[in-house]
Design a binder for this molecule. Structure first.
Ligand code: SAH
Length: 517
C-alpha cells in the first residue's frame, strides 16, 4: 500500500494566565499529541511537562517589545513545521484570540490549507482580576465591561480607541497598559471619567508572585511608579475594584508568596508541591536525590524465592513498596504470592501505596518512625516469626536490631538506593540570589546530606532562609550539617509539614503584632 506522508496540524492553544491549574483539559489533550511545542514568554513552563518525551520545544519569546522570534518568523515556523508533517502545539498565554495575535497565526494556516484548531484559554483579562478578588461585572455596580489594549500610545495622532465611548462603560480592563498608564488615566479623565473612579493594577496575577495596587484614576499612576511595577500587569478601572476589600481570597492564603524549595526526588515532589500551592506558596522543585534500583538485587531475589516463609513484610517507605513490586513483577510474579503474609507500613503515605495495589495493611504504627514500629510490635509475640524488610541499601540498623531483640528472624533486603540527583548548585543559587526562596524543606536525612554535597560544604545559606525538616531524624541530620532548623515536625507526613509552615508564619505574624502594641 502506498504509505502517505503524515499530514501536520497546528493546535493554537490558550495556556491560561499563569496558574498552571488554569489550563483546560482539551489543551492538555492536544499538548500530549505534540511533536513540537512553540511557546510564548507568558506561558507557565510547568505546562511543558504535558508534551510527550520526544517533543521539541521552541521558545518564541515576546517580552514587552523584545521579540525573540518576530511574528513573521513565528508564522513561517508554524507553517513549516506542519508542512514537515508535525503536530504542532502553539502555546500562548491566556487566550490565543485575546490580544494574542492568534488570529493572525490562524489566518496564515487557513490561507495555506494547513489544518488547525483553536483551543480557547482562560484569559488573564478575567482571571487576573478574579485572583485579586475583583469580579468584572456585579449586579448594581456595572453591567458592561470592555477589554482594551494599553499598548497603543493615546497621544498618537489618530487613536484606534474611542476614549469617549469607554467613559460610559462600567468596567475597563487594560492589558499591556503599565508603560502607558499615565496617558491612559489622563485620556479617561479628560474625556469625562471621574478621577475618583477606583482603579487597580495587578501584576503577575494568578501566581504566588501576584502584587496588587488599589487606588483611583487620580492616584494610581504615582502608586505604580512608586512601586516600580513592571509588566505583565493589568489595569482595572471601575467601581467593581472596591469589592476586593470583601472578596480578596488568593493573596490572603497563609503561605502566599513564600518560595518553598522541595528537595525530595522529582517523582515524589508532586504531593508536597500541590499541598504548598493550595496554601498560596510557590513550590520550587530542586531534588537533591534520585531513587534508583539497588546495585545488586540478590538480597531481594533470594527473599522473593522464599516469600511464603515470611510472617511479616515491613515497608518503611513508598520507594520500598514501588521497587519491591517492580521486582516481583520482573520475576513473573504478583500480589497473589503475598497470601498469608501480614503487612506493616511505617506511615500513611507508604500504606496508601500498598492499598492502591488492592492489598490490606495490617499495621501502621502511631509514630511514623522506626521506633514507632518497634513499639507497635512490642505487644506481639515475635518468637519464631520471620520478617522481611525491603528497604534502602543504606539505612539505620535500629529496626532490624530491635525486631531481633524481640525474638524475630529478620531479613533485610536492599530494594532501592538513594543517589545524588546531579542537579547544579547554580540553579538554586540563582533563585536564592533573586530573593525567590524563603524556606528549604528536607524530608529525609539523605535530602540533607546530598544538598550539602551539591551546594558545597563552604556554601553559606543566607540567614533569612528558613529550614524546615520532617521527622526528628532528618532534623538531627540538618543540625549536624550546621543548619539552624527553624521548623521541625515530629509527625512524618507532608500534610503535617505544610501545617508546621503555616503555624510558623502565623506565630511570626502574631509576634510582630505583639511587638507593635
Ligand atoms: N492572550 C493573553 C494576553 C496577551 S497580551 C491573555 O488572554 O491573557 C499580554 C498582556 O496580558 C500583559 O501585558 C498583561 O497586561 C496581561 N497579562 C497576561 N498574563 C498576566 C498576568 N499573569 N498578570 C497580569 N497581567 C497579565
Amino acid at each position: 500500500m502506498n504509505q502517505r506522508a503524515k499530514k501536520g496540524k497546528v493546535y493554537i492553544i490558550g495556556a491560561g494566565p499563569g496558574d498552571a491549574g488554569l489550563i483546560t483539559l482539551k489543551a492538555i489533550d492536544c499538548l500530549r499529541l505534540a511533536d513540537v511545542v512553540i511557546y510564548d514568554n507568558l506561558v507557565n513552563e510547568e505546562l511543558l511537562k504535558y508534551a510527550p518525551a520526544h517533543a521539541r520545544f521552541i521558545y518564541a519569546g515576546k517580552k514587552g517589545g523584545d521579540h525573540t522570534l518576530s511574528q513573521d518568523k513565528i508564522n513561517a515556523l508554524l507553517f513549516q513545521e506542519a508542512l514537515d508533517g508535525n503536530t504542532v502545539a502553539r502555546l500562548k498565554g491566556g487566550d490565543p484570540f485575546v490580544f494574542g495575535r492568534g488570529g493572525e497565526e490562524a489566518e496564515i494556516l487557513a490561507l495555506n490549507d494547513v489544518p488547525f484548531e483553536i483551543i480557547p484559554g482562560v484569559t488573564s483579562a478575567i482571571a487576573v482580576p478574579a485572583y485579586a478578588g475583583i469580579p468584572l461585572t456585579h449586579r448594581g455596580l456595572t453591567s458592561t465591561v470592555a477589554f482594551i489594549t494599553g499598548h497603543e500610545d493615546p497621544t498618537k495622532d489618530k487613536s484606534d480607541i474611542d476614549w469617549q465611548a469607554l467613559v460610559g462603560i462600567g468596567t475597563l480592563v487594560f492589558l499591556m497598559g503599565v508603560k502607558n498608564i499615565g496617558q491612559i488615566t489622563a485620556a479617561l479623565i479628560s474625556h469625562g471619567k471621574s478621577s475618583e473612579t477606583p482603579a487597580a493594577v495587578i501584576r503577575r496575577g494568578t501566581t504566588p508572585r501576584q502584587e496588587v495596587i488599589i487606588g483611583t484614576l487620580a492616584t494610581i499612576v504615582e502608586q505604580v511608579q512608586a512601586n516600580n511595577f513592571q509588566p505583565p500587569a493589568i489595569l482595572v478601572v471601575g467601581k467593581v475594584v472596591e469589592l476586593r476589600e470583601t472578596l480578596c481570597w488568593y493573596d490572603t492564603k497563609p503561605l502566599f508568596g513564600r518560595g518553598v524549595v522541595i528537595t525530595r526526588p522529582e517523582r515524589q515532589a508532586d504531593d508536597l508541591a500541590l499541598l504548598l500551592a493550595a496554601q498560596g506558596a510557590s513550590p520550587i522543585s530542586f531534588p537533591t536525590i534520585s531513587i534508583v534500583p539497588p546495585k545488586d538485587w540478590s538480597e531481594l531475589d533470594s527473599a522473593l524465592d522464599q516469600l511464603e516463609s515470611y510472617h511479616w513484610l515491613i515497608f518503611t517507605s513508598a520507594n520500598g513498596v514501588h521497587f519491591f513490586f517492580e521486582r516481583l513483577r520482573q520475576r513473573g510474579r504478583d500480589v497473589r504470592d503475598l497470601k498469608g503474609i501480614k503487612i506493616c507500613c511505617i506511615g500513611p503515605a507508604t500504606a496508601r501505596q500498598i492499598q492502591d495495589r488492592g492489598i490490606k495493611v495490617d499495621l501502621v504504627p502511631r509514630e511514623f518512625i522506626a521506633e514507632g514500629i518497634l513499639n507497635s510490635f512490642s505487644s506481639l509475640d515475635l518468637s519464631g516469626k520471620k520478617i522481611l524488610l525491603p528497604r534502602a541499601a543504606v539505612a539505620r540498623d535500629i529496626l532490624p536490631e530491635g525486631l531481633k531483640k524481640q525474638g524475630a528472624a529478620v531479613d533485610v533486603a536492599a530494594t532501592y538506593q538513594t543517589i545524588n540527583s546531579g542537579r547544579k548548585k547554580e540553579e538554586l543559587m540563582k533563585l536564592i540570589d533573586a530573593g525567590e526562596v524563603d524556606i528549604i524543606t528536607f524530608t529525609s536525612s539523605s535530602t540533607v546530606t546530598n544538598f550539602v554535597e551539591i551546594m558545597g560544604a563552604e556554601y553559606v545559606l543566607p540567614s533569612s532562609l528558613q529550614i524546615a525538616c520532617i521527622g526528628p531524624v532528618t532534623a538531627a541530620t540538618a543540625k549536624k550539617a550546621g543548619f539552624p532548623v527553624d521548623i521541625s515536625r515530629e509527625e512524618y507526613t507532608m500534610e503535617g509539614l505544610v501545617q508546621s509552615l503555616i503555624n510558623n508564619v502565623q506565630e511570626k505574624a502574631s509576634r510582630m503584632c505583639e511587638e507593635k502594641k
